[in-house]
Ligand binder design. Structure first.
Ligand SMILES: NC(=O)c1ccc[n+]([C@@H]2O[C@H](COP(=O)([O-])OP(=O)(O)OC[C@H]3O[C@@H](n4cnc5c(N)ncnc54)[C@H](OP(=O)(O)O)[C@@H]3O)[C@@H](O)[C@H]2O)c1
Length: 313
């Protein structure tokens, strides 16, 4: 292990943000990247023991129970992962003098505010997922460690499970896609969440305690799930990732989801800009970059690309 690099313990390394973090953190840290199979963070004793053994300079918690609807039926597991485990990490970080990076969600808000949510706005989650993440935030904030608590929104990536892949899959499968048009937020590329995290760690350096706090980290601008889906399918069709199918606008009450979701969960970005000089690009620019990367990956593998188009068109 290089003496020049600090050690970072990354949990949830197999998730959308976790995979990107493995790459983004590598230049600065010796990263011990653990997926759920290596470290189940709901196992409290194992979690404490791992942190004490590794003694990381930075703990980056990208693990989370993110199935918003399933959480309504599995609240105990959602709370174990999203509420209890982050508090344990924060307690261990406080004892070691480590920095904790923890991610949270726009779903800690109830969506009733007109305009974008500030970091200081009162939380009032609507469902189990949001409540469990909210309790995780409180555990991190009260343990006495130095932390960067990064709330993000509507995360997608080039691979893995996300709304982006669901839309591409549905465009292949269905004659038309129905998507909710009355919930507002900002789609955010997991790549940028990871890159900005690494940039923030570089900025704070040895003075992390003076930066400790909550920051909103999402792509700029806002849209609806429906307009996001339309953009995915329109640009995806041009780039050969899916066929072009109509995207029909529906209302929240017509969606078959179980968990209630906020009508507005746009996150104000000024604090990140002021403290770190970081501004993320608009959501549609980031989406374009991600789709281009996916299309290029298809180009690299002609068999796969051809198969994809034949299957879809
Ligand atoms: N995805 C979004 O739209 C979104 C929006 C706002 C905020 N966030 C937040 O952003 C952060 C990163 O989420 P993401 O988008 O990367 O979600 P993700 O793709 O679902 O990744 C979460 C990872 O955590 C793992 N995990 C679940 N339970 C675990 C456990 N008990 N022990 C260890 N690992 C466990 C999952 O493994 P399995 O795949 O095996 O379950 C998965 O690899 C989370 O804090 C999330 O709340 C996400």
């Amino acid at each position: 292990m290089s003496a020049l690099k600090g050690r970072a313990l990354l949990t949830g390394a197999g998730g959308g943000v976790g995979r990107e973090l493995q790459r983004a953190l590598a230049p600065r840290y010796d990263v011990l990247a653990l997926g759920r199979e290596q470290l189940d963070i709901s196992r409290v004793d194992l979690l404490r023991e791992t942190i004490r053994r590794v003694r990381p300079a930075v703990i980056v918690n990208a693990a989370a129970y993110t199935a918003v609807d399933r959480a309504e039926r599995e609240p105990a597991l959602a709370y174990a992962v999203n509420a209890v485990a982050p508090r344990i990490m924060a307690e261990e970080a406080a004892a070691l003098g480590s920095v904790l990076i923890h991610y949270s969600t726009d779903y800690v808000f109830d969506g009733l505010k007109k305009g974008a949510y500030l970091e200081i706005d009162a939380t009032s989650p609507l469902g189990v997922y949001g409540r469990s993440k909210c309790e995780g935030e409180q555990g991190v904030q009260s343990a006495g460690c130095t932390y960067l608590l990064l709330r993000t929104s509507w995360v997608y990536g080039c691979s893995g499970k996300s709304f982006l892949h669901t839309m591409l899959r549905r465009a292949h499968r269905d004659a038309a896609v129905r998507v909710v048009a009355d919930q507002h937020g900002a789609p955010t590329w997991s790549r940028l969440v990871a890159d900005v995290t690494a940039m923030m760690l570089a900025v704070v350096g040895e003075r992390a305690a003076s930066y400790s706090g909550i920051y909103h980290l999402a792509n700029a601008g806002e849209t609806t799930w429906h307009a996001f889906a339309e953009r995915i399918i329109m640009r995806g069709a041009v780039l050969g990732l899916c066929p072009r199918v109509p995207v029909l606008a529906i209302r929240t009450e017509d969606y078959e989801g179980i968990a209630p979701r906020p009508a507005n969960s746009v996150l104000e970005q000024e604090k990140l800009a002021r403290a770190f000089g970081i501004r993320l690009p608009p959501w549609d620019t980031a989406l374009e970059w991600c789709l281009h990367e996916m299309a290029t990956a298809h180009d690299i593998s002609p068999t796969q690309a051809r198969g994809h188009r034949i299957a879809g068109c």
